[in-house]
Design a binder for this molecule. Structure first.
Ligand code: PNS
Length: 160
């Protein structure tokens, strides 16, 4: 049976760090569902439709992936899609507590779904959607940190 993972996140917007986790995740899983979910502690800059479009364009040509969105609990979506695992990237120690808490809560909600972590590539260890948005908002150069289509969208968003 093919092994499917859900790669969940806000993806507001997708970064090259996310793309790195997806491409490396494909070495472990047969199929990855990249799923935009709501993180209630974050205020999104882009609409879900805009985030989907950026993901679609950034991952154009990458096989064995699917882009989706779900309004509700991640574990419920994983069950619905018959996924074997939740895939998450882990950057520095600062990510650990939040990721640990989320993985244990998801495990408490559904013991059949495992969370698998990949260490973020060294090149992306300092980047996040939030810090990239902040740099872009004040006119900083974010070249090479996000796919070109995302760079254009950010520039357009902060142009006025
Ligand atoms: O990219 P993020 O913001 O770190 O991703 C967090 C996300 C969206 C994966 C998380 O907030 C989430 O799973 N939201 C859906 C609701 C849910 O199932 N929460 C976790 C258990 S309470």
């Amino acid at each position: 049976m093919p092994k499917t993972a859900i790669y969940p996140g806000s993806f507001d917007p997708v970064t090259n760090g996310h793309i790195d986790i997806i491409t490396r995740g494909l070495k472990l899983f047969d199929h990855i569902i990249v799923c935009i979910l709501n993180n209630p502690s974050k205020q999104a800059l882009f609409s879900v439709e805009e985030r989907m479009e950026m993901l679609r364009k950034s991952l154009n040509g990458v096989q064995k992936i699917e882009i989706a969105t779900h309004d509700g609990l991640l574990v419920d979506y994983a069950v619905k899609r018959k996924a074997h695992a939740i895939l998450r990237g882990m950057r520095a120690v600062s990510d650990f507590e939040y990721e640990f808490q989320m993985a244990l809560m998801n495990r408490r909600l559904n013991r059949d779904i495992q969370t698998v972590f990949l260490m973020t590539g060294l090149r992306w260890i300092f980047t996040s959607s939030s810090i990239i948005k902040e740099a872009a908002r004040f006119g900083g150069n974010i070249n090479g940190m996000v796919p070109k289509v995302v760079q254009q969208k950010l520039n357009a968003k902060f142009a006025s």
